[in-house]
Design a protein. Structure first.
Length: 211
Protein backbone atom coordinates (compact mmCIF):
# COMPACT_ATOMS: atom_id res chain seq x y z
CA UNK A 1 0.00 0.00 0.00
CA UNK A 2 1.12 3.54 -0.70
CA UNK A 3 2.20 5.60 2.32
CA UNK A 4 -0.32 8.07 3.72
CA UNK A 5 0.13 11.82 3.39
CA UNK A 6 1.70 13.72 6.27
CA UNK A 7 0.56 17.31 6.82
CA UNK A 8 1.88 19.66 9.51
CA UNK A 9 0.41 22.92 10.84
CA UNK A 10 2.93 25.48 12.10
CA UNK A 11 2.74 29.03 13.32
CA UNK A 12 2.83 31.20 16.40
CA UNK A 13 0.57 30.55 19.37
CA UNK A 14 -2.79 32.20 18.63
CA UNK A 15 -2.83 31.74 14.84
CA UNK A 16 -5.75 29.28 15.05
CA UNK A 17 -3.84 26.10 14.19
CA UNK A 18 -5.98 23.71 16.23
CA UNK A 19 -9.29 25.10 14.90
CA UNK A 20 -8.05 24.88 11.32
CA UNK A 21 -6.59 21.43 11.89
CA UNK A 22 -10.01 20.12 13.03
CA UNK A 23 -11.75 21.67 10.02
CA UNK A 24 -9.24 20.16 7.61
CA UNK A 25 -9.54 16.72 9.24
CA UNK A 26 -13.33 16.94 8.95
CA UNK A 27 -13.12 17.93 5.27
CA UNK A 28 -10.74 15.08 4.41
CA UNK A 29 -12.93 12.56 6.27
CA UNK A 30 -15.94 13.74 4.29
CA UNK A 31 -13.94 13.00 1.14
CA UNK A 32 -13.50 9.42 2.38
CA UNK A 33 -9.96 9.57 3.78
CA UNK A 34 -8.94 7.95 7.07
CA UNK A 35 -7.39 10.74 9.11
CA UNK A 36 -5.21 10.58 12.22
CA UNK A 37 -4.62 13.86 14.08
CA UNK A 38 -2.25 14.64 16.91
CA UNK A 39 -0.48 17.57 18.55
CA UNK A 40 2.93 18.32 20.05
CA UNK A 41 3.95 18.02 22.81
CA UNK A 42 2.55 14.48 22.63
CA UNK A 43 0.27 12.80 25.17
CA UNK A 44 3.07 10.28 25.92
CA UNK A 45 5.10 10.54 29.19
CA UNK A 46 7.78 12.67 27.43
CA UNK A 47 5.07 15.07 26.25
CA UNK A 48 3.46 15.29 29.68
CA UNK A 49 6.85 16.22 31.13
CA UNK A 50 7.22 18.99 28.51
CA UNK A 51 3.76 20.40 29.39
CA UNK A 52 4.95 20.86 32.98
CA UNK A 53 8.06 22.64 31.76
CA UNK A 54 5.95 24.89 29.47
CA UNK A 55 3.68 25.77 32.39
CA UNK A 56 6.82 27.09 34.15
CA UNK A 57 6.72 24.44 36.89
CA UNK A 58 10.53 24.25 36.76
CA UNK A 59 13.26 26.14 34.92
CA UNK A 60 15.36 24.70 32.12
CA UNK A 61 17.91 25.42 29.43
CA UNK A 62 16.82 25.94 25.80
CA UNK A 63 19.43 23.34 24.80
CA UNK A 64 17.84 20.79 27.11
CA UNK A 65 14.36 21.85 25.92
CA UNK A 66 15.41 21.23 22.30
CA UNK A 67 16.66 17.75 23.22
CA UNK A 68 13.44 17.01 25.16
CA UNK A 69 11.23 18.07 22.24
CA UNK A 70 13.38 15.91 19.95
CA UNK A 71 12.96 12.89 22.24
CA UNK A 72 9.20 13.42 22.45
CA UNK A 73 9.00 13.71 18.66
CA UNK A 74 10.87 10.44 18.15
CA UNK A 75 8.56 8.69 20.63
CA UNK A 76 5.54 10.12 18.83
CA UNK A 77 6.85 8.78 15.50
CA UNK A 78 7.60 5.25 16.67
CA UNK A 79 4.85 4.65 19.25
CA UNK A 80 3.49 1.16 18.46
CA UNK A 81 -0.15 2.08 19.25
CA UNK A 82 -0.62 5.50 17.71
CA UNK A 83 2.71 6.46 16.18
CA UNK A 84 2.97 8.71 13.13
CA UNK A 85 5.00 6.07 11.25
CA UNK A 86 2.42 3.36 11.93
CA UNK A 87 -0.44 5.52 10.61
CA UNK A 88 1.52 6.55 7.51
CA UNK A 89 2.32 2.89 6.76
CA UNK A 90 -1.42 2.11 7.07
CA UNK A 91 -2.06 4.72 4.38
CA UNK A 92 -3.81 7.21 6.72
CA UNK A 93 -3.61 10.95 6.30
CA UNK A 94 -1.71 12.22 9.36
CA UNK A 95 -2.19 15.84 10.45
CA UNK A 96 -0.05 17.28 13.23
CA UNK A 97 -0.31 20.49 15.25
CA UNK A 98 3.38 21.59 15.32
CA UNK A 99 6.52 19.61 14.42
CA UNK A 100 10.28 20.08 14.23
CA UNK A 101 9.94 23.61 12.80
CA UNK A 102 8.68 24.69 16.26
CA UNK A 103 11.85 23.43 17.93
CA UNK A 104 13.98 25.25 15.33
CA UNK A 105 11.96 28.45 15.90
CA UNK A 106 11.30 28.44 19.67
CA UNK A 107 14.48 26.71 20.92
CA UNK A 108 16.52 27.90 17.91
CA UNK A 109 16.32 31.41 19.40
CA UNK A 110 18.31 30.42 22.49
CA UNK A 111 20.56 27.74 20.97
CA UNK A 112 22.01 27.06 17.54
CA UNK A 113 19.47 26.32 14.79
CA UNK A 114 21.97 24.25 12.79
CA UNK A 115 22.66 22.05 15.82
CA UNK A 116 18.91 21.46 16.28
CA UNK A 117 18.48 20.73 12.56
CA UNK A 118 21.41 18.30 12.49
CA UNK A 119 19.96 16.32 15.41
CA UNK A 120 16.59 16.00 13.68
CA UNK A 121 17.68 15.36 10.12
CA UNK A 122 20.29 12.85 11.24
CA UNK A 123 17.62 10.76 12.95
CA UNK A 124 15.98 8.05 10.80
CA UNK A 125 12.96 7.83 13.14
CA UNK A 126 11.52 11.24 12.29
CA UNK A 127 9.20 11.27 9.25
CA UNK A 128 9.45 14.19 6.83
CA UNK A 129 6.10 15.94 6.15
CA UNK A 130 4.61 15.93 2.62
CA UNK A 131 3.19 19.40 3.23
CA UNK A 132 3.75 22.07 5.90
CA UNK A 133 1.17 24.82 6.32
CA UNK A 134 2.71 27.88 7.96
CA UNK A 135 -0.07 30.05 9.40
CA UNK A 136 1.14 33.65 9.48
CA UNK A 137 -0.15 36.56 11.54
CA UNK A 138 1.29 39.64 13.31
CA UNK A 139 2.62 38.66 16.80
CA UNK A 140 0.56 41.48 18.43
CA UNK A 141 -2.64 40.01 16.97
CA UNK A 142 -1.64 36.54 18.18
CA UNK A 143 -1.21 37.81 21.75
CA UNK A 144 -4.55 39.65 21.59
CA UNK A 145 -6.25 36.41 20.51
CA UNK A 146 -4.52 34.35 23.22
CA UNK A 147 -5.50 36.91 25.91
CA UNK A 148 -9.11 36.93 24.73
CA UNK A 149 -9.28 33.16 25.16
CA UNK A 150 -7.36 32.65 28.40
CA UNK A 151 -6.70 34.04 31.86
CA UNK A 152 -3.28 35.66 32.51
CA UNK A 153 -2.20 32.88 34.89
CA UNK A 154 -2.82 30.28 32.18
CA UNK A 155 -0.37 31.81 29.69
CA UNK A 156 2.58 29.59 28.81
CA UNK A 157 6.22 30.67 29.09
CA UNK A 158 6.56 31.74 25.42
CA UNK A 159 3.30 33.68 25.27
CA UNK A 160 4.59 37.25 25.61
CA UNK A 161 4.72 39.83 22.78
CA UNK A 162 8.55 40.09 22.94
CA UNK A 163 9.08 36.33 22.79
CA UNK A 164 6.55 35.82 20.01
CA UNK A 165 8.16 38.58 17.89
CA UNK A 166 11.56 36.91 18.27
CA UNK A 167 10.04 33.52 17.44
CA UNK A 168 8.26 35.01 14.38
CA UNK A 169 11.63 36.24 13.04
CA UNK A 170 13.17 32.88 13.75
CA UNK A 171 10.31 31.06 11.94
CA UNK A 172 11.20 33.23 8.92
CA UNK A 173 14.82 32.03 9.08
CA UNK A 174 13.74 28.40 9.55
CA UNK A 175 11.45 28.36 6.52
CA UNK A 176 14.06 30.19 4.43
CA UNK A 177 16.64 27.56 5.33
CA UNK A 178 14.29 24.67 4.48
CA UNK A 179 12.77 26.22 1.34
CA UNK A 180 14.35 23.70 -1.03
CA UNK A 181 13.95 20.65 1.22
CA UNK A 182 10.41 20.73 2.59
CA UNK A 183 7.12 21.53 0.85
CA UNK A 184 6.10 24.68 2.74
CA UNK A 185 3.03 26.81 2.00
CA UNK A 186 2.44 30.14 3.76
CA UNK A 187 -1.20 30.67 4.77
CA UNK A 188 -2.45 34.11 5.77
CA UNK A 189 -4.21 33.34 9.08
CA UNK A 190 -5.70 36.82 9.42
CA UNK A 191 -9.27 36.28 8.25
CA UNK A 192 -12.50 34.54 9.20
CA UNK A 193 -12.33 30.86 10.13
CA UNK A 194 -14.02 30.00 6.81
CA UNK A 195 -11.68 32.19 4.73
CA UNK A 196 -8.59 30.62 6.28
CA UNK A 197 -10.08 27.12 5.89
CA UNK A 198 -10.55 27.74 2.16
CA UNK A 199 -6.97 28.96 1.80
CA UNK A 200 -5.83 25.76 3.50
CA UNK A 201 -8.00 23.51 1.32
CA UNK A 202 -6.56 25.12 -1.80
CA UNK A 203 -3.07 24.17 -0.58
CA UNK A 204 -4.00 20.64 0.55
CA UNK A 205 -6.25 19.26 -2.17
CA UNK A 206 -3.51 18.97 -4.85
CA UNK A 207 -1.74 16.56 -2.49
CA UNK A 208 -4.72 14.24 -2.89
CA UNK A 209 -4.91 14.68 -6.66
CA UNK A 210 -7.72 17.26 -6.51
CA UNK A 211 -7.82 20.97 -7.32
P1 LIG B 1 0.80 24.49 21.66
O1 LIG B 1 0.27 23.23 22.18
O2 LIG B 1 0.66 24.74 20.21
O3 LIG B 1 0.22 25.70 22.48
P2 LIG B 1 -1.18 25.84 23.21
O4 LIG B 1 -1.76 24.47 23.43
O5 LIG B 1 -0.79 26.51 24.48
O6 LIG B 1 -1.97 26.69 22.31
O7 LIG B 1 2.35 24.58 22.01
C1 LIG B 1 2.77 24.71 23.30
C2 LIG B 1 3.98 25.58 23.39
O8 LIG B 1 5.15 24.78 23.15
C3 LIG B 1 4.07 26.74 22.42
O9 LIG B 1 4.30 27.93 23.14
C4 LIG B 1 5.27 26.44 21.57
C5 LIG B 1 6.09 25.51 22.40
N1 LIG B 1 6.91 24.56 21.64
C6 LIG B 1 8.29 24.72 21.64
O10 LIG B 1 8.83 25.63 22.26
N2 LIG B 1 9.07 23.83 20.94
C7 LIG B 1 8.53 22.79 20.23
O11 LIG B 1 9.27 22.00 19.61
C8 LIG B 1 7.09 22.63 20.26
C9 LIG B 1 6.46 21.49 19.53
C10 LIG B 1 6.33 23.55 20.96
Amino acid sequence: MENGKFIVFEGLDGTGKSTQLSLLAQALRQMGHTVFTDAEPSSLPTGRFLRRRLAGEFSGSPWADAALFLADRINQNVDPENGILKHLRQGDAVILDRYYYSTFAYQGCGTDMDWAMDMHFGCPEIARPDLTLFLTMEPEKCIARIRANRKAEELEIFETAETLSAVADQFGRVFDALRDQDNIVYINADGTIQQVHERILAAVLPLFGKE
